[in-house]
Design a protein around this ligand. Structure first.
Ligand SMILES: [Fe+2]
Ligand SMILES: [Fe+2]
Length: 175
C-alpha cells in the first residue's frame, strides 16, 4: 500500500471510532430524556461504527500495513431535541461519506485495486446510513410537537437490533 493511502486508512479508522463515540454520546443524551427507543437505535449505530473500525483494522492487518493511532475527539453535543440529534446524525454521515469517497479515490489513484474493491462495501454502506437518517428526520418532522407521535416513533426506533456486518475481502469479516 502506498504511504498516502495507508495514512488515509489510519485516519478513517479514527473517524469510525469517533463516529462510534458520537453515537454513544447521543444514546446517553436520548436515554436521559426518556427516549429509550432512540437511545437503543443510536446504541446499535455505535455498535455498527465499532464494526466499521474493526473491519478496517483487520484489512490493514491483512495487508500487513502499520496503523497510526490518534486520540479520539470529544463527541459531546449540544442537542436540544431528538430532531436535532438526528439532523446531526445526517450531517455527520455526509462528512463520513465524503471521507470514504476520498479514500476510495486515493486507492484508485494509487492503482490499488484490492483496496478500491474492499472500500466498495463502505461506499454502499454510506448510502444506507444517509437514507435511514433522512427517513427518521422526516418522521420526526411530521410528529412535530405531538408527544404521542414522538413516543410512537421512539418505540419503532427501539426495535432495531445489531447484526454484525460481514465485509468481504478480509479473513476475519464481521469481527
Ligand atoms: Fe461508519
Ligand atoms: Fe456511519
Amino acid at each position: 500500500m502506498n504511504k498516502e493511502l495507508s495514512q488515509a486508512f489510519s485516519e478513517q479508522i479514527n473517524k469510525e471510532y469517533f463516529s462510534a463515540f458520537l453515537y454513544l454520546a447521543m444514546s446517553d443524551w436520548l436515554n436521559e430524556k426518556g427516549l429509550n427507543g432512540a437511545a437503543t437505535w443510536t446504541y446499535v449505530q455505535y455498535q455498527e461504527e465499532l464494526a466499521h473500525a474493526q473491519n478496517l483494522f483487520h484489512y490493514m492487518q491483512y495487508r500487513d500495513e502499520p496503523i497510526s493511532f490518534k486520540a479520539i475527539a470529544d463527541p459531546s453535543g449540544n442537542w436540544q431535541s431528538p430532531l436535532e440529534v438526528f439532523r446531526h446524525v445526517l450531517s455527520h454521515e455526509k462528512l463520513v461519506t465524503e471521507s470514504i469517497n476520498n479514500l476510495a479515490t486515493t486507492a484508485m489513484k494509487a492503482n490499488d485495486h484490492a483496496a478500491y474493491i474492499f472500500l466498495q462495501w463502505y461506499v454502499s454502506e454510506q448510502v444506507e446510513e444517509e437514507a435511514s437518517a433522512k427517513e427518521i428526520i422526516s418522521r420526526l418532522e411530521l410528529a412535530g410537537d405531538n408527544t404521542n407521535a414522538l413516543l410512537m416513533i421512539d418505540d419503532q426506533l427501539g426495535a432495531r437490533v445489531f447484526n454484525a456486518p460481514v465485509v468481504p475481502g478480509i479473513p476475519t469479516a464481521g469481527a
